[in-house]
Design a protein around this ligand. Sequence first.
Ligand code: ADP
Length: 309
Amino acid sequence: MTKITILGIYVVDVAFFAPRLPRIGETILGDDFRAGPGGKGGNQAVAAARAGGAVTFVTRVGDDDFGRQARAPWAADGIDTRFVTTSDTAPTGAAFIFVDSRTGDNAIIVTPGAARELTIEHVRPALAALAPGDVFMTQLEAPLPTVVAALAEAKARGATTILNPAPAAELPDEAFRSSDLFTPNESEAAALAGFPVDGPEAAARAAAVFLAKGVGAVAVTLGPAGVLLKTPTATVLVPGFTVPEVVDTTGAGDAFNGGLAAALAEGMPLDAAVRFGNAVGALSVTRRGTAPAMPARTEIDRMLAEGAA
Ligand code: ADP
């Protein structure tokens, strides 16, 4: 079976719900509190595994309770964690998420912790296990030199490489050339292309910039509108799916990327794989949370068949 190897960070999301942020020096009472798995790499690994992929996750955690607690859910989703390393000194990453309980707006501090130590040496054993045609996917939360080197080595080994450039950061030319598929959302596409991206037409112009820099194809995610897919020979809008109620859009991009990777690993053509990713993204916004909100394959197949949730 074609494998999907995902390099990225895992953090524990700790979300506090309160009517407002406290001022420095002040303590206020909050309304609610939730802790759960997060980090783009971890979320994408769960999404791809639940979508039916054979997923190997490469990350680094601390020798602490957060790091140990991550293992059981990974095992439950059938994720191969052979290449997860543990730091003796740095803690498992964590994200402080403040949610304004009146508006739903959020503000986040994410600290990668042990994942900040990820070097190419930590990733190489997983790269050595890649077979030609396997899928390799990563994002920009892990250290940039590690991400760029890993993409180049994965491509050299014949893997299909996906770079989800999130959060946006300035990228060396090599990163574009090493990416078979590049998957920014609108704000990331804008930051990377250097002009506003709001809708399919601007997304197509941004995608043209990335193709010129050497990526193989571009999928710009457009929220509920779906995805603008651009290859050297075609530009298509792959429409999103309609859901009855949007509960929490956090992690929609991770859901899309995980689904896309799983579909490509199954050998689906690119436009069909993007449509599959759209279904995974749409289902994820119908529930609270990130990794816990990732849908099962049966739900995805139902949405693909019926066209709506
Ligand atoms: P991000 O979470 O990175 O900002 P997007 O908001 O573009 O990314 O969402 C990623 C994908 O998830 C979209 O391309 C779409 O397929 C799906 N999606 C996101 N929001 C919705 C929504 N409200 N309804 C249906 N699908 C959605």
